[in-house]
Design a protein around this ligand. Sequence first.
Ligand SMILES: [Zn+2]
Length: 419
Amino acid sequence: MPDVFADLVGQDEAVVELRRAAAAAAAVLRAGAAALVTAGPNGGNGSAGDDAVTGVDPSAGMTHAWIFTGPPGSGRSVAARAFAAALQCVHGTGCGECPGCHTTMGATNADVRMVVPEGLSIGVSEMRALVLRAASTPSGGRWQVVVIEDADRLTEAAGNALLKAIEEPPPRTVFLLCAPSTHPDDISVTIRSRCRVVPLRQPPAAAVAEVLVRRDGIAPDVAQWAASAAQGHVGRARRLARDPEARKRREAVLAVPRRLTGVGAAFDAASALIEAAEAEAEASVTEADTTERAALETALGAGGTGRGAAGALRGAAGQLKELEKRQKSRATRAQRDALDRALVDLAGFYRDALTMALRAPVAPVHTDTAALAGAGAQKWDADGALRRLEAVLACRAAIEANVKPRIAVEAMMLALWKG
Ligand SMILES: [Zn+2]
């Protein structure tokens, strides 16, 4: 079995740094507990280069808090999980074969917690509970690792709870945060100042295709097409290569430009895009919703007829309401994610038209609609293609800023039609 960093596509520099940190962490464990603390709060402030300056402390390559940044799909959570595995690895390398590596990669290691926010944000009570549990002694004798995916979705209060833990870290606890960037909108300045940053880049299409072939057994030509169409997003590329439904949805999105023949058609296209995102989101959450509700009802003893069943059901109503609230928040998030994927596909199309109008020597994102993008390039010229690309990006930004998706998409479609 390849080592735990094998799936981190096209991120050679980050892998070198993480390997070094894992080795340093293993050295700390060998030297005895609490050695990492001697690095103090400043241990989190350094970049990789600092080690060369300080150079003497065996823990210098390691620190308590990390932020993995990069565009969606670049592998932030893959990197965090691989690093967590390397920390739990009995050889300190992330060998991929020992129990520490296996359990972490299989998400069953008792000392590794992956926090995946399901709603639009991670709340304070969730964070406090997490911080509390993270302070306990690692049962496997190595590290307690907390991975927070989408740390940009922390509420302010949750961020503060996390900051406290990062400022005074328990000796054997390591926090791994994932966020799109270190911009203050994504991660608070104070948290960022306590963390070491590992920037990931958008992996090149060739590297994504290679991993699809090697790991997922996908045919090379399909892998190449999917890697290019997914614009460096590894998970998206895999889905396009494997899931016919995902391919159909993408084709529908890429049909939008040629359907924009008038005002009415623009509004129709907006409705179609919104409804497709809703349907995709519903398909992705319905099963989980039903399973969760059934599990909760069973746990609460629904259907019981004995004494006390009525009282139990009164308390149960509150819990069911809480569950419904969480599920609704998750559905909203799934809709936004689905819509965003569609907008990224659409942006790729207009980007292709722009590069063709400019005769730039770069490969198209969507090889299957390259002819259509070429026709657009002739008709619109570079300026027109750029205006349309900007309309798509403005729509993404508006939705991100909480403009109602339908309004934002309608405005975009009109702009795409008018040019
Ligand atoms: Zn191992």
